[in-house]
Design a protein around this ligand. Structure first.
Ligand SMILES: NC(=O)c1ccc[n+]([C@@H]2O[C@H](COP(=O)([O-])OP(=O)(O)OC[C@H]3O[C@@H](n4cnc5c(N)ncnc54)[C@H](O)[C@@H]3O)[C@@H](O)[C@H]2O)c1
Length: 382
């Protein structure tokens, strides 16, 4: 029996738009799916970005530089929107009001005001699935961390650390782009760029920060523009957030870090949970390994390192002994989104993409972090 199709329009055919296109082309990688995405329309204001799509997906029906044409098309069910942050509010609210399901890129609004406007639009359309992109929790090692949290093996949680670290900005000759300008990336800087990735799992575990003390740092203050002239970089490069978490039965510190300049780290996403009866760590630095330390009173404290099998949220054709990578996590995230569009609360597995509420908490954390940096104080997360 043919699979049901979700007909997609893509707005923003840059780096992430192409990743989605590649994921749709690899759909045969997944086993047991009864729904698939098909890109039928694309939009970008830059014609050369569109050319890539036209070349690689020749049966695209609608190609445009005006996203409103995609929204007016009744034969488009859903939109993937991957554009600079200053455009999120306008485009996401227009997409939702047009009645299209939306997977939007993070940070889901350039600031808290924009995020609230998007959420208000979504509240008027509860029939739509509106989610924010975040793929790293779909690595099998990260998925395993979630299973351990659900099983409650950690005992008393002593502390949690999670981060997302890059390093290409260490090169002062790297030309400036929209991510280094407040007008397009937002005042959050590296937090808006990387922070939703870091918060996704902690928030899904119910670990909402009550307060934050932030230390933000700008490292490279000037970069060449496309003509070679040196221009100011305006956004925070690195952020370390010391958060205070209190759940119904646990209280612990949680340190979150987002770094554009962490020498030696290309795309390192990690989470470490330290507890009295179990500790565990996963990092994309060693994508097939998960480390854990079970502990009983008086026994040896020895970390174990496991080559975690290729067991993802959605089964695939890949054998368990093979390695999982970034592009696999993108396929898995898209499987979760399409599964939710097709089956609502009856998904094939229960790890869904970032929800509207989680995006709102992330904005509350980043907004409090900016205030903490300004005042030097610990700031409640509201
Ligand atoms: N999930 C991830 O791992 C990940 C990684 C990188 C970026 N992102 C996010 O994806 C989004 C886009 O980032 P990117 O790295 O793909 O950027 P990019 O610059 O590579 O692509 C953005 C594209 O949007 C196009 N665009 C700009 N204005 C437009 C408009 N009005 N209508 C249509 N297209 C327009 C640009 O021409 C460009 O091709 C951002 O929100 C970013 O934070 C997510």
């Amino acid at each position: 029996m043919p699979m049901d199709e979700i007909r997609f329009g893509v707005i923003g055919c840059g780096l992430m738009g192409r990743e989605f296109a590649s994921a749709t082309a690899r759909w045969l990688h997944l086993e047991g799916m009864d729904v698939r995405p098909r890109i039928v329309g694309v939009c970008d204001t830059n014609p050369s970005a569109i050319d890539w799509f036209a070349k690689h997906i020749p049966d695209i029906r609608l190609v445009t530089q005006d996203y409103r044409e995609l929204l007016a098309d009744p034969e488009i069910d859903a939109i993937y929107c991957a554009v600079p942050h200053n455009l999120h509010e306008k485009l996401y609210t227009d997409i939702i009001r047009a009645g299209k399901h939306l997977l939007g890129e993070k940070p889901f609004g350039i600031d808290q005001t924009a995020n609230r406007a998007i959420l208000a639009a979504a509240q008027d359309r509860p029939d739509l699935v509106v989610r924010c992109s975040s793929e790293f929790p779909f690595f099998p090692g990260a998925y395993q961390m979630g299973k351990w949290v659900t099983a409650g093996v950690f005992g008393q949680i002593i502390e949690v650390e999670a981060g997302f670290w890059h390093s290409s900005d260490l090169n002062p000759n790297k030309p400036i782009n929209w991510k280094r300008r407040i007008a397009t990336n937002g005042e959050y800087g590296c937090m808006g760029d990387l922070g939703m990735h870091v918060l996704h799992l902690p928030l899904r575990f119910g670990w909402v920060p009550r307060s934050v003390r932030a230390l933000l740092k700008q490292v490279v203050t000037e970069r060449p523009d496309s003509k070679g002239n040196m221009v100011n970089c305006e956004t925070w490069d690195n952020a370390v957030l010391a958060c205070d978490v209190q759940t119904e039965d646990q209280a612990f510190p949680m340190v979150l870090s987002t770094k554009r300049i962490a020498p030696g780290h290309a795309n390192t996403w990690f989470i470490r949970i330290i507890g009295t009866t179990f500790s565990a760590e996963f990092s994309t630095k060693n994508p097939k390994q998960v480390s854990y330390l079970p502990y009983r009173p008086g026994e040896e404290q020895a970390w174990r390192v496991l080559d975690v099998p290729y067991e993802s949220a959605y089964p695939t054709i890949t054998g368990g002994i093979f390695e999982f990578g970034f592009t696999d996590s993108i396929v898995q995230m898209w499987a979760a989104f399409c599964d939710e569009v097709a089956h609502g609360s009856h998904m094939k597995q229960n790890f869904r993409c970032v929800t509207l509420e989680e995006s709102a908490v992330s904005h509350a954390v980043f907004t409090a972090a900016l205030e903490s940096q300004r005042t030097g104080q610990t700031v409640p997360v509201l």
